[in-house]
Design a protein around this ligand. Structure first.
Ligand code: F6R
Length: 239
């Protein structure tokens, strides 16, 4: 893993430039996107660069990591809604080529078909990840087997607590989600994980310097040949 440490603003700018370089070389790349607070700076920067015609997503296809079970794309806390508002509506992408796992009418079989769709599209060139406080990537909670493909998961209490800030109350936070599996993520040819803030410092130390174990899902990235980790000074403070 390559580690970069900088301010959140410089990280957003630097990672955005990685997308500029990638799409200059491969305009029809397949990109894997994430939701959450972490990528918001990056998405704003990509939207700015696109408005200035310094990057184009015209021929890009995308696959998002995950979605809450039970929320359809019009729900303002669904990840489809998040992506439309924070990125897709602000760039020149063809919305028909953007995929987010469906939160409705999803069973284990339809979930696993997402992997086949990614494969048919040619595989993910660059997967973006955030990091859960418990080390999750996507919604792969501690204990998820490294061989897992896209599947339905029960969210841990800690993840529901962490995400309740977006809902009116904890009762409204869905109990399940559908997420790419660890194997789905690891199949991406390149991975960029961003972690920001003091709250992530403990788990950052664990996944980078600790053992590779399903108990710390992000630790699997130690085994990926092209994984890059961008940390702000607070998230990197215990390394
Ligand atoms: C989001 C996702 C999650 C988040 C993680 C960090 O699609 O899969 O793994 O990346 O929970 O969330 P934030 O960025 O809100 O701290």
């Amino acid at each position: 893993m390559k580690i970069f440490v900088d301010t959140p603003e410089k990280i957003a700018a630097a990672v955005a430039q990685e997308y500029v370089a990638l799409l200059a070389e491969k305009p029809d790349a397949v990109l894997g996107f994430a939701t959450g607070s972490t990528p918001l700076g990056l998405y704003a920067e990509l939207a700015r660069l696109c408005a200035e015609k310094r990057i184009s997503f015209r021929d890009v296809s995308t696959f998002n990591l995950d979605e809450y079970l039970g929320l359809d794309g019009t729900h303002d806390q669904s990840y489809r809604y998040f992506m439309n508002k924070n990125l897709f509506e602000k760039i020149d992408i063809d919305i028909a080529r953007t995929r987010v796992p469906s939160g409705v009418n999803t069973d284990p079989e339809t979930a696993a078909r997402y992997d086949k769709d990614i494969e048919s599209a040619g595989g993910i060139e660059l997967q973006l990840l955030g990091l859960g406080n418990n080390g999750h990537i996507g919604f792969n909670e501690p204990g998820t087997p490294f061989g897992s493909v896209t599947h339905i998961v029960e969210l841990t209490d800690s993840t529901r607590q962490a995400n309740k800030r977006f809902f009116n109350s904890i009762d409204e936070v869905p109990t399940h989600s559908v997420t790419m599996g660890i194997k789905t993520v690891m199949n991406a040819r390149r991975i960029i994980l961003i972690a920001l803030g003091k709250g992530k410092a403990d788990i950052v130390k664990k996944f980078i310097q600790g053992d590779v174990t399903p108990e710390v899902p992000a630790s699997v990235l130690q085994l990926h040949p092209f994984a890059e980790v961008y940390l702000d000074f607070e998230a990197a403070s215990l390394l």
